[in-house]
Design a protein around this ligand. Structure first.
Ligand SMILES: Nc1nc2c(ncn2[C@@H]2O[C@H](COP(=O)(O)OP(=O)(O)O)[C@@H](O)[C@H]2O)c(=O)[nH]1
Ligand SMILES: Nc1ncnc2c1ncn2[C@@H]1O[C@H](COP(=O)(O)OP(=O)(O)O)[C@@H](O)[C@H]1O
Length: 264
């Protein structure tokens, strides 16, 4: 049987406060950890300013951060996140807001590395090489594949090629950082095959109509291209069951924080 680490228990409690883990009182949680007796338990509660009647699922954001930091500092040797690697994939249908949510995470959770992909498409106005994408030509993209530099790659929307450079990810993971990949469904499947312990998150629109509104509102595709993408979106939505977590992008900040929380 796999032992559930305190970190994993806390993660479950925060992901679903109505779960058994969420209903657990903090003192009970602490004393369930080997090496924490009643004296130590009371000192921790006092230091972290957590009331003994608090349940894990009811912790405020500052308290949960402090509790997590405390656990991480105390048990750095524990395997992170109950056997899952810190490689996290964010996928979802066109215009659901993947780019927007990923940009929010990059700004508000600087501890998470947002992977920069290579692509054969041309830069759009304002896009910076090496920051938004590594813009390469077909020959260079082929070379990267041949030299094994890409963790995954795919042709997206039947147009350009996109791929995830392996080097920066391996370096960040080795440093214990979380790495977020914002890639398409084909790429998500390749990552899962390459690393079954990766965490796959599927971003959902609040409704189909809202998805259509976002695609139209963005104004970056003409009508035939929008129709084509919406057809693809239907098949992509049907694959959401392959993912470990589903997050509804109703509000950017809320959805981004939920994704960031799942990655801990
Ligand atoms: N497989 C894969 N897909 C990627 C990668 N980088 C970006 N994508 C996907 O490529 C698609 C097109 O991205 P982009 O050119 O920025 O245009 P967008 O449609 O406006 O987001 C999006 O669905 C991204 O998720 C990558 O490295 N690998
Ligand atoms: N939670 C949200 N509420 C309203 N509009 C959103 C939300 N998230 C994203 N959008 C808007 O939807 C459009 C598509 O978002 P984008 O990030 O480009 O999608 P994707 O990367 O999934 O194709 C953009 O115009 C963006 O501003």
């Amino acid at each position: 049987m796999r032992v559930i680490t305190p970190q994993e228990l806390l993660r479950r409690a925060l992901a679903d406060p109505s779960s058994p883990a969420g209903a657990m009182r903090v003192p009970e949680f602490l004393t369930a950890i080997p090496a924490i007796g009643e004296g130590k338990r009371d000192r921790i509660l006092h230091d972290l300013e957590i009331s003994p009647v608090k349940r894990l699922g009811g912790l405020g954001s500052r308290q949960r951060e402090e509790l997590r930091a405390f656990l991480d500092a105390r048990w750095p040797e524990l395997e992170p996140r109950g056997g899952r690697s810190r490689l996290v994939v964010l996928a979802g249908p066109t215009a659901v807001g993947k780019g927007t949510v990923a940009a929010y995470i990059k700004e508000h959770h600087p501890e998470i590395l947002l992977s920069v992909s290579a692509t054969t498409r041309a830069p759009r106005p304002g896009e910076v090489d090496g920051e938004h994408y590594f813009f390469v030509d077909d020959a260079e993209f082929d070379r990267m594949i041949d030299d094994g530099e890409l963790l995954e790659h795919a042709t997206v929307h039947n147009a350009y090629r996109y791929g995830t450079p392996r080097g920066p990810i391996e370096k960040a993971l080795a440093e214990g950082r979380t790495v977020l990949l914002e890639i398409d469904l084909q790429g998500a499947r390749q990552v899962r095959d390459a690393d079954p312990s990766a965490t796959l998150v599927f971003l959902l629109p609040p409704s189909w109509d809202e998805l259509v509104q976002r695609l139209v509102g963005r104004g970056t595709e003409d009508a035939p291209e929008r129709a084509r993408r919406l057809r693809t979106a239907k098949t992509e939505l049907a694959s959401q069951g392959e993912f470990d977590f589903r997050v509804v992008n109703d509000d950017v900040a809320r959805a981004a924080d939920e994704v960031a929380r799942l990655t801990r």
